[in-house]
Every structure is written in structure tokens, then in C-alpha cells.
Design a protein around this ligand. Sequence first.
Ligand SMILES: NC(=O)c1ccc[n+]([C@@H]2O[C@H](COP(=O)([O-])OP(=O)(O)OC[C@H]3O[C@@H](n4cnc5c(N)ncnc54)[C@H](OP(=O)(O)O)[C@@H]3O)[C@@H](O)[C@H]2O)c1
Length: 172
Amino acid sequence: MKTILYMGISINGYIAKMDGDSEWTSEEDLKGFYEQSKNAGNIIMGKNTYIAASKSDYFPFPDVLNLVVSHKQIENKWGDKVIITNNTPKEIIKMLEQKGFTTAFLAGGGQLNTSFIKENLIDEIYIDIEPLVFGKGIKIFDEKDFEFELELLNIKKLNTNTIQIHYKVIKV
Ligand SMILES: NC(=O)c1ccc[n+]([C@@H]2O[C@H](COP(=O)([O-])OP(=O)(O)OC[C@H]3O[C@@H](n4cnc5c(N)ncnc54)[C@H](OP(=O)(O)O)[C@@H]3O)[C@@H](O)[C@H]2O)c1
């Protein structure tokens, strides 16, 4: 089982502005995001990402199993395309494995990304660096105590101003 994290970020590491706005990422970022999630067949997101995606009418993401992680009760109005869970990241990966998936697609936000990386559960990271800088916002990872080294797998220019960097997380 492989877990992929895919994020569009500002050059200083933010995935959203303070109000949760992340609609500044490029078409190419969104295209890559959809392609990778479709390949995996699933998409795992934290509650705040689910709320932001619902506001923009992206939720539930099409053709994939959507997993929303929250400690709170959220009514499932979407049937078996959506799972609301308070399982730990390890349990979530196990659940996907039991359902026959070979890749888990982690789609943020910063808090959930941190829960996964702290448990050594992210194998690859794609970051699409958008030509934008702003001073306050939501970071790709929360300010928690962890550290991992990465190995560069690929760099790709997505459009005139956006580059994608693909890393492997070196397991400790
Ligand atoms: N640029 C991009 O590519 C991109 C991608 C994805 C998201 N985003 C942006 O990121 C923002 C959200 O990020 P965020 O860091 O604020 O929030 P988040 O990680 O999406 O959600 C945080 C919430 O998820 C639940 N949660 C997280 N980890 C958990 C765990 N281990 N177990 C159980 N529940 C857990 C908690 O909800 P409860 O309090 O209900 O327990 C927590 O408050 C949104 O604005 C979104 O637009 C950007």
C-alpha cells in the first residue's frame, strides 16, 4: 500500500488563505489532483477540507471513494461514495487495503497531513508550487514535532508559472 499526498502550495508553503480559500491553484494543479485521485480510486480529507470543498461544490469528488476524517458526527447524505470516519490514519489505511485499494490518496488539509506524516504513513508527496506568496494562511503541515528527509523523484513544469515537485519520503 502506497500513500500519496498531493497539494497545491504558495511559494512559502501555504495551501489556503486564512479564510480557507485555496481557489488560487492552477487548472493544471486541479487536473493533476483529479487524475491522481482517480488512479487511486479514493480521496482522504480532513473535515475543514470537506467543508471548503462543499462550499465550492467539489464535494463529493467524482468516481472515487471519499473519506472524511472527523471526530464529530457528520450526516452522510451521499451514500456509499462517502465514508465519514474518526479512525486513526493507520486504521484508515488498513480499511482501504481491506477494500482492495493499493494506493491511498491524501488530499489535506494541513492538520490531517500532519496526522499522517507523524505516523510515518506518507510515501510520496507531489507539490505544485503556484506563483503566489501571502503572509498568513494554512500550512501544508501543522507546526508539530516531526522531521523526514525526502528524495527527489521528478520535477515538471506544469505551465508558464507553476512547477510540480515529486518526492519520495525516506522511511525511518
Ligand atoms: N491547496 C491545496 O492543494 C489544498 C488541498 C486540500 C485542502 N486545502 C485547504 O486546506 C484547508 C483545510 O486545512 P486544515 O488544516 O484547516 O484542516 P483539515 O486537515 O482539512 O481538517 C482538520 C479537521 O479534520 C479532523 N481531523 C484531522 N486530523 C484528524 C485525525 N487524525 N483524526 C480525526 N479527525 C481529524 C478534525 O475535525 P474535527 O474537529 O471534526 O474532529 C480537524 O479539525 C481548507 O481551507 C482547504 O481549502 C488546500
